[in-house]
Design a protein around this ligand. Structure first.
Ligand code: HSE
Length: 412
């Protein structure tokens, strides 16, 4: 019998209990041991829960119980989760978490604490909800030099963009619906502003390339400024707009890492990933391209990944599992303004033919995109590969032109 505790009885924590109770027999069989949830930490009372009687609002009841060997953290956020997880590891308890904010900010430190004490710190649910991605990346693809990861990592924004693209419904209405369905973070700004996707690409990049990438090192732009017009231009050009987190290795050893809305050509595998689903493309030198796809948010899909980590930790009590990366460095992530990509530009100008000719001369031939009833003073172009620095310099030299939007075109 292995005793565990759960900290946080919100959407994910209660989902973990639900899955543990529903599949109790097969979970014990797979773990090779009975697993007992002996404590649940929450400030609220749940007297009608099947776990009533095991709730506590005092963390000391968990940390001071030597029989609890594994602690599951599903509180979310940095405080008090960071302090609690750190103290659990220091007290000799292995930890499972679904908390991407915690892992993205403190993963290097917590992994080192676990390693030094022969404990495990697992967080499969922190990226891609129920999609198996961290274990496959670290174990099944271990033979590869991974050189690029690109993903639709946030279900809420993908749901909103899908509604805008397919049903022509407004950003605000789609966000409202996503919140009602329980996909969005407590603070939906973390979703629509790209921070949630940023935390996830940081975890993926840290694991794939072996060195911590901190969220503040990654240029992050959300989908708040994407309009139905942008969606239409992208469609006429032959693509869809998705919020993408991408990390790729540069020749000098640094990373190009960014979270931005991108236009994906319809033929891209990630262009087919819709609604709340996530898709993650991993490129390795032996495997080529491999895509992971599934439900990236929601109670039971996320609980599925948490419970799998619990089973793994029960099987590896007193033995180290995989997962480690070094601390990061200030210059590890290259300046995003120097990263090249093709871009779709929407420009406001009076003489569009003259402006296009000038840009063709300065950037190389650009492709013009027109939609029905587009305003006469609007020029939409797709540029050849260019850095944002160079593009901004060129646009500044055109006094009669202002920028409406600039969206990168994906090369995957
Ligand atoms: N708010 C997140 C999303 C939940 O929409 O993807 C899962 O991390």
């Amino acid at each position: 019998m292995v005793k565990i505790a759960i900290m946080g009885y919100g959407v994910v924590g209660s989902g973990v209990v639900e899955v543990m109770l529903k599949n109790k027999k097969s979970i014990s069989h797979k773990a090779g041991e009975q697993i007992e949830i002996s404590r649940i930490l929450d400030i609220r009372e749940f007297s009608d829960s099947p776990m009533a009687g095991r709730f506590t609002s005092n963390f000391e009841d968990i940390i001071n119980d030597p029989e609890i060997k594994i602690v599951v953290e599903t509180i979310g956020g940095l405080n008090p989760a960071y302090d609690f997880v750190r103290r659990c590891l220091l007290a000799g308890k292995s930890v499972v978490t679904s908390n991407k904010e915690l892992v993205a900010a403190k993963g290097d430190e917590l992994l080192a604490l676990a390693r030094d004490r022969n404990l495990n710190f697992l967080f499969e649910a922190s990226v891609g909800g129920g999609i198996p991605i961290l274990r496959p990346l670290d174990q099944c693809l271990a033979a590869n030099e991974v050189f690029e990861i690109a993903g639709i990592l946030n279900g809420t924004t993908n749901f909103i963009l899908t509604k805008m693209i397919r049903d022509n419904i407004s950003f605000a209405d789609a966000l409202n619906l996503a919140q009602r369905l329980g996909y969005a973070e407590r603070d939906p700004l973390a979703d629509i502003g790209g921070l949630d996707a940023c935390r996830k690409i940081c975890i993926l990049a840290s694991l794939a390339f072996g060195k911590h990438v901190y969220p503040e090192q990654v240029h992050t732009q959300g989908i708040q400024d994407i309009t139905l017009e942008d969606v239409k231009y992208a469609d006429i050009w032959g693509g869809v707009i998705k919020l993408i987190g991408r990390a790729r290795k540069l020749e000098d050893g640094r990373l190009d890492c960014i979270v931005v809305p991108m236009i994906l050509p319809h033929a891209s595998r990630l262009a087919q990933v819709n609604d709340v689903f996530n898709g993650i493309l991993v490129r390795g030198d032996a495997i080529g391209d491999v895509v992971f796809y599934g439900q990236g948010a929601g109670k039971l899909p996320t609980a599925s990944a948490v419970v799998a980590d619990i089973i793994d930790e029960v099987k590896h009590l007193g033995a180290r599992k995989y997962l480690i990366w070094e601390s990061g460095e200030p210059d590890y992530v290259a300046d995003y303004l120097e990263s090249k990509s093709a871009m779709m530009l929407r420009l406001k100008c009076d003489n569009s033919q003259a402006v296009k000719s000038k840009l063709d001369n300065m950037l190389g031939v650009c492709e013009r995109v027109d939609i029905e009833n587009s305003p006469s003073d609007e020029l939409v172009l797709v540029t050849p590969l260019i850095t944002q620095n160079r593009l901004d310099e060129v646009l500044k030299s055109l006094s009669d032109t202002s920028l409406i939007s600039r969206i990168r075109i994906a090369d995957f």
